[in-house]
Design a protein around this ligand. Structure first.
Ligand code: TYD
Length: 219
């Protein structure tokens, strides 16, 4: 009798997006629990960050003033290190990678919010996320976008903690960021799940669960 070799599960790359204050962190934690219960091994990570080098770049990006191209280059440098050293190896091991923000945030914040050239961002995306197997770009399989009106987000964030460079921006900045996310979704509608984040946390959680149940990833 030949021994059955258990099949390695397919790696799964999932990102979470939304303007500051949209409330994604709580739900990422709850989803991690649900996916673990479904028998999956997880890598929980974030951007900018996820490696020791990328976390150093994160501190610079979040707190030091810099011009837009420098900001975009540092974010994509952090992303490259994170992809090569954490995300790709975890996917190759068949894990689920839950990433708190990814490239859509760059298009939304640097592109939408700051008004930086989207073609340059697209070029950087193609360099940094080129699939080593030659199959296009590495992108999340699913992007969960917590969509919240910027004025509601501003009320939630008011007085919550000392704001970083982005959190300190006015509501008009976040209106452009939200539009940036909407534009990214228009270009890749099959990848995005838009969640109405202007509801109670339990209603938001119901909607998030429904997306993952429909995919058959949790029960
Ligand atoms: P965030 O993910 O909200 O972490 P925390 O909950 O600890 O504050 O903070 C990251 C910030 O970085 C957020 O304001 C968005 C910004 N950001 C960009 O401007 N561009 C990017 O490409 C990424 C990934 C994040």
């Amino acid at each position: 009798m030949t021994a059955q070799i258990p099949a390695t599960p397919q790696g799964l790359f999932i990102s979470f997006e939304g303007i500051d204050g949209a409330g994604k962190s709580t739900h990422i934690g709850a989803l991690a629990e649900a996916l673990r219960s479904a028998g999956r091994t997880l890598t929980l990570t974030r951007e900018p960050g996820g490696t020791s080098l990328a976390e150093k770049l994160r501190a610079l990006v979040l707190h030091d003033p810099m011009e837009p191209l420098t900001e975009a280059l540092l974010i994509f440098a952090a992303r490259r290190d994170h992809l090569v050293r954490v995300i790709e190896p975890a996917l190759a091991r068949g894990e689920v990678v839950l990433c708190d923000r990814f490239t859509d945030a760059t298009f939304a914040y640097q592109g939408g919010g700051r008004g930086f050239d989207l073609d340059v961002l697209g070029q950087l995306e193609r360099w940094v996320q080129a699939d080593p197997a030659g199959a296009g770009l590495i992108q999340p399989e699913l992007t969960v976008w917590f969509d919240l009106p910027p004025d509601v987000a501003a009320q939630r964030l008011a007085g919550a903690r000392v704001p970083d460079k982005f959190e300190a921006q006015p509501v008009a900045f976040f209106q452009r960021v939200a539009q940036g996310y909407a534009d990214r979704m228009t270009h890749a509608p099959q990848r995005f799940a838009r969640i109405n984040a202007d509801q109670s946390p339990s209603a938001v959680w119901q909607d998030v669960q429904a997306v993952f149940k429909a995919k058959g990833w949790i029960s």
